[in-house]
Design a protein around this ligand. Sequence first.
Ligand code: ZN
Length: 468
Amino acid sequence: MKILRLASGCLTFAVIALLAASRAVIASADFAKSANEAASYLSQYIKIDTTNPPGNELAGAEFLAGILRKNGIEATLFDTARMRACVYARLKGNGRKRPVVLLNHIDVVPADAKDWKYPPFCGEIHDGEIWGRGALDMKGVGIAQLEAMLMLKRSGRIADRDVIFLATPDEEVGGDYGARWFVEKHKDLMKDVEYLFNEGFFIDTDNQGKPKYWGVDVSEKSVLWLKLTARGDAGHASMPMPDSATNRLTRALNKIINAAPEARVLPAVQQYFQAVSGCETGLLKSAYENVQAAVKNPEIFQLILQDKLKSSMLRNTVSLTVLKAGYKTNVIPAEASAELDCRLVPDVTQEDFIAEIRRLMNDPSIEVSVLDWVHTGASPYDTDCFKAIQEVAGSESPAAPVVPVVVPWFTDSHWFRDLGIIAYGLLPFRVDEKHLVTMHGKDERIPVDVFNGGVVTMYRILEKVCCP
Ligand SMILES: [Zn+2]
């Protein structure tokens, strides 16, 4: 009996092991098949030129809707303008939990073919990499999201929540004909949505392909575009006027751009620096461990400021981008203007920042006007969805923590955060420095293995959030 029981126990164990193994084999084969399918979709999608402006995203929207329909998922196109459309599709769950949205944008930023090694809309694979505008930002993510949805449907499981796929035009120039249009006209379709996945940050990876940390966009810096205008008398340049419009504007701009940077450390940012301190050594490591204290030391703050991306989370920034004055060398112009792109830490108001600009300029004659203002909310990260990302990260790359990031750029997430939806921005790809700089730059591309891995990662996260 004892032996028999032992034998049957072993047999049971063997069967379970075999089943587990066969399931794993089938699963990995399915993963590979889906990833290959997705890579082919991405190549085709890149070939559709959706450069914004003008966008012309309709063809991209029809392409995505066609894939969804072919796979038995109803997809609706919403025209937002001529040749521009959103794609909306919903995979029904059992309703036990609130819906999750997979958000991506169809448009891409312009690309000048003469700067590129291969044509920017070729979608071809060269040296194991998929080339083309949008490979990372963000047609690659859109296709990974789409494929994850197809995989969930094909698994035959009924998820605990509806999964909504939403592809929008016009993100790259602000979303007026995309995400903004959609949340204004079809708020009903976002009713009860709990979570949203979008672009934002990425799996920061060293140049050996080893993930350092998974950065999840939980908030974004606010955008404030200002125009400064100085006015005065016009005159002959042979008789200089010390207080001419050009001179006063130049003096004011000097004060703004030379102002000493001031640190402002939000709790999420403090946590971010603590989490990434493990990737550093020496002085920077100890500075990151307690960045709140470190920024009070001017020398250490200067050291931290050398990392433009990370340090941008610690302060408001100003970039002088447009200067206009004059039309002839020998004429002092009556008007001079400058445009500033200011990015503010999310808890700073535009009124406070404008007051600070006026204080720095110390010249009330210079007019300050607001060209644009986008305030972005923040999403909490003590949620089961964030935990799901942590679990997937823990299984795929245990040494790399999942870190909340307040990103210096902005995405369409703010439109949805304004509706009370918890939005997380994460490219599911392992992105190293070499590829990161190609986003909005030249030679944008993604290694096929990185893309394939990202498709599986996206699916795993979606599965955990929908079928825990
Ligand atoms: Zn983007």
